[in-house]
Each structure stands twice: as structure tokens, then as C-alpha cells.
Design a protein around this ligand. Structure first.
Ligand SMILES: [Zn+2]
Ligand SMILES: [Zn+2]
Length: 238
């Protein structure tokens, strides 16, 4: 049994690492096509980002692998695969609940990590990327990676979700993690500057966090930043 759990943890680590490499490579490639030379001179930094991100993949992979094993063999979690288990209207609601919960957790742990001690010990690694690139998506100190790694494995015990919708959450998590760091805005100006855009976090919002540190702490949504007076708006450079 222990071997099976270890194998599941290892498999999940490999999946998380490959998912990171594929998504970051894709958007780094798009960046190179759209903005040739944009990451010139950032070679050594990008290598560091990849190193930290791969270490984070193991930290993300282990709890996810253990929970995935428990889901398959012990009936753990509220993840369901039968489309009829919950009403159809709940299907799109579940990913939204996951994103809102993840966003709240991220906002407050992120703000805490900007206090001097946790910043020096852990979060400085993420901010060593100046400016961040598409490879910085998982560039975290192990302590910070741990605060992120527990979120989805904990939520699956609390909030029911269809396994396909959990896949949607992971895709959104991956794509936004990468694109929010790549240094340019991929969404059309019409959306970013719309009323809806004013509540969503994309590259031009998170870029400003990397420029000024003490603002724009959110992950997917801007309501916590707005509520707490930490929203400084969009960066002029992304
Ligand atoms: Zn960041
Ligand atoms: Zn930060």
C-alpha cells in the first residue's frame, strides 16, 4: 500500500512538472514570436525560475498524489465522476467556488508573506524575478510552494466537484499562473478595461505587483484587493 501511495505521489509530481514545462514553454515560445528579444538578458534568471518551479512540482505533486490515491482506492474526497450526482447547474458553479476559495487563501497568505520575515525567508525567491517571465509561474521557495500545494487537495474534501470540472480548475490555474507572469497582456484591451475586467486579474494587474510589491496581492479576482485598499490598478508596462 505504501508503495502504491509513493508511486501515485511520484506520478503526480511528474504530471505537475510536465504540465508546468509544457505551459511555460508554450507561452515563452509565443512571447518569442510576438516580442522577439523580450527575454534577452534574462537567461540566468529563467534557469533559476525553472529550477525553483521543478522543486515546487514535487511539493505540489506529493499531497495531490496521496489524495488521488485515496480518491481511487478509499473513496476519499467529494470528487465525483457521475454526471447525475449533482444537478446540472452545479457543474459550472463548483469551479467558481474553487477559484474564489483559492483566491481568498492566496490573497491573505500572500499579504502575510510580504511581512519582512516571511518575505526574507521565503517570498523573496518569487520576487527575484525582475521582471518575471513565463517560466516564473511556479518559481517559489519550498515554504511558499507548500502554502499553495495544500489548497486543491484540501478543497476536494470540502466542496463537491465533477472530475472534469476539477480539470477545468487546473487548466485555469496553470494558464493564469503562467500568463500573469509573462510580462505582456494577452487579453484584448476591451476585456481588460471593461467592467468585468475590473474584477479579474490578468498579466497587467499582477505585473504591477512585481513592480511595486505592496499592492495587487490577489490571484484570480480583485475583490479582496479592492475591499482592503490594496488595488493599485494596472501596470503601464504590460
Ligand atoms: Zn508573481
Ligand atoms: Zn508578492
Amino acid at each position: 500500500m505504501l508503495t502504491a501511495i509513493a508511486l501515485s505521489a511520484l506520478a503526480m509530481t511528474v504530471i505537475v512538472a510536465l504540465r508546468y514545462l509544457a505551459a511555460s514553454a508554450l507561452f515563452a515560445w509565443i512571447t518569442a514570436r510576438r516580442l522577439p528579444g523580450f527575454y534577452a538578458k534574462l537567461g540566468p534568471q529563467m534557469r533559476r525560475e525553472i529550477g525553483w518551479s521543478l522543486a515546487s512540482a514535487a511539493i505540489y505533486g506529493v499531497p495531490a498524489g496521496v489524495v488521488a490515491w485515496g480518491w481511487q482506492h478509499r473513496g476519499w474526497t467529494q470528487v465525483y465522476s457521475d454526471w447525475d450526482s449533482y444537478p446540472l447547474w452545479y457543474l459550472p458553479l463548483a469551479p467558481l467556488l474553487y477559484l474564489l476559495a483559492h483566491d481568498a487563501w492566496f490573497y491573505w497568505t500572500h499579504r502575510w508573506m510580504h511581512r519582512p520575515r516571511p518575505f526574507r525567508i521565503a517570498h523573496a525567491v518569487h520576487h527575484a524575478s525582475r521582471p518575471p517571465t513565463a517560466w516564473a509561474a511556479m518559481s517559489f521557495h519550498p515554504i511558499e510552494a507548500l502554502t499553495g500545494a495544500v489548497v486543491i487537495p484540501a478543497l476536494v474534501f470540502v466542496i463537491p466537484i465533477h472530475v472534469a470540472m476539477l480539470g477545468v480548475v487546473l487548466v485555469i490555474m496553470t494558464v493564469m499562473g503562467v500568463t500573469n507572469h509573462m510580462g505582456w497582456e494577452m487579453f484584448p484591451r476591451r476585456l481588460v478595461h471593461s467592467r468585468l475586467g475590473g474584477w479579474l486579474i490578468t498579466a497587467s494587474h499582477h505585473q504591477r505587483h512585481h513592480e511595486e510589491y505592496k499592492c495587487n496581492y490577489g490571484l484570480y479576482f480583485r475583490h479582496w484587493d479592492r475591499l482592503c485598499g490594496t488595488d493599485k490598478g494596472l501596470s503601464a508596462n504590460a
